[in-house]
Ligand binder design. Structure first.
Ligand SMILES: *[C@@H]1O[C@H](CO)[C@@H](O)[C@H](O)[C@H]1NC(C)=O
Ligand SMILES: *[C@@H]1O[C@H](CO)[C@@H](O)[C@H](O)[C@H]1NC(C)=O
Ligand SMILES: *[C@@H]1O[C@H](CO)[C@@H](O)[C@H](O)[C@H]1NC(C)=O
Ligand SMILES: *[C@@H]1O[C@H](CO)[C@@H](O)[C@H](O)[C@H]1NC(C)=O
Ligand SMILES: *[C@@H]1O[C@H](CO)[C@@H](O)[C@H](O)[C@H]1NC(C)=O
Ligand SMILES: *[C@@H]1O[C@H](CO)[C@@H](O)[C@H](O)[C@H]1NC(C)=O
Length: 259
């Protein structure tokens, strides 16, 4: 059986938490969940759908009322063919990615490809390691190679003196760690897996939309809410006005000005 694993962010500390009500007794959402409990949740959530799991990591700041988590879940409900994926969603969500269509339909199905990354910009060459990857959304085929890589990545990050997990991974790609382990990567087209770095929003194609190139949670919330409003307009069959990611632009600009 194939096993897929999709990670949306990867950071500690982790709070394991099932998203949709799973048919077993009370689940402790505190940080100390026994390993066998987690194993049970994993099994439950990965049933069917080629054992696909959507894993996201909870960030406390995002879980406030009307916060990023609410917005994230709304995108699944308003998206096209994304609602059933909520059943796959195991852990919630330090996530600034809106799921507007089912991304699994736009991923390369080849079993030879181990990891597929979204990028801040796409140079048209899916195999080119110089595409600027973004770990906000990526897809991992679970196999011995990728499991070993995640162990390595975890160790490298733990010993990196506070480097961000994305930067540690970038370093591992640059210094050939993935290549020497035979890990095959692909970079995903921003036309489908879009983001604010690239103001490209073709709603007839957009699959996921990431609030990258945006510094503050506040700005992400405002601009992602606008994306969802535009999406609703699009789904209604109306012409979508061009709304730039104004708040993100201004916040980032303020940040730059301060330096
Ligand atoms: C499961 O994987 C097979 C082979 O890659 C694919 O044809 C099928 O569509 C997948 N099913 C789902 C539900 O993703
Ligand atoms: C998926 O990857 C395989 C292996 O590299 C490649 O041959 C194929 O063309 C890719 N398929 C798509 C739809 O990009
Ligand atoms: C993966 O690792 C397990 C445990 O070490 C081993 O039994 C299995 O044969 C390996 N699978 C492949 C495809 O190498
Ligand atoms: C992380 O690193 C610290 C110090 O380098 C070490 O003591 C600890 O065991 C490591 N944690 C894990 C889970 O590997
Ligand atoms: C590559 O970079 C990673 C992450 O910093 C590090 O752990 C690893 O030892 C490096 N490997 C080589 C061959 O330099
Ligand atoms: C979508 O259409 C419905 C019914 O015509 C309307 O009530 C609603 O306001 C529209 N929503 C948007 C976002 O345009």
């Amino acid at each position: 059986m194939l096993a897929f694993l999709s990670l949306l962010f990867f950071s500690a500390p982790t709070v394991w938490r099932p998203l949709t009500p799973l048919p077993f007794e009370s689940f402790n959402t505190a940080s100390q969940v026994p390993k066998d409990e987690l194993d049970r949740v994993l099994q439950q959530a990965s049933r069917g759908y080629n054992k696909t799991l959507i894993i996201t990591v909870l960030n406390k700041a995002y879980t406030e009322k009307n916060g990023m988590l609410d917005l994230f879940l709304r995108s699944f409900r308003l998206g096209k063919g994304t609602k059933p994926l909520l059943d796959r969603l195991l852990l919630t969500a330090d996530t600034d990615v809106m799921w507007l269509r089912n991304p699994f339909l736009k991923l390369n199905q080849s079993s030879e490809i181990d990891i597929q990354f979204t990028c801040d910009g796409f140079n048209g060459r899916p195999e080119d390691e110089s595409n600027p990857l973004n770990t906000g959304f990526f897809f991992v085929r679970s196999n011995n190679k990728s499991i070993a890589l995640f162990d390595k990545w975890y160790d490298a990050r733990n010993n990196s003196g506070g480097m961000k997990e994305q930067d540690v991974l970038l370093q591992m790609i640059k210094n050939g760690t993935l290549r020497e382990r035979g890990i095959r990567t692909r970079y995903l087209d921003t036309r489908y897996f879009g983001g604010f770095c690239h103001d490209y929003r073709d709603f007839s194609r957009v699959t996921t939309m990431h609030a990258n190139c945006c510094r503050t949670v506040r700005a992400k919330l405002i601009d992602l809410s606008l994306v969802l409003e535009d999406w609703k307009t699009y789904r209604n069959g109306s012409v979508v006005p061009h709304n730039p990611h104004k708040t993100c632009l201004i916040d980032s600009w303020d940040e730059l000005k301060g330096h």
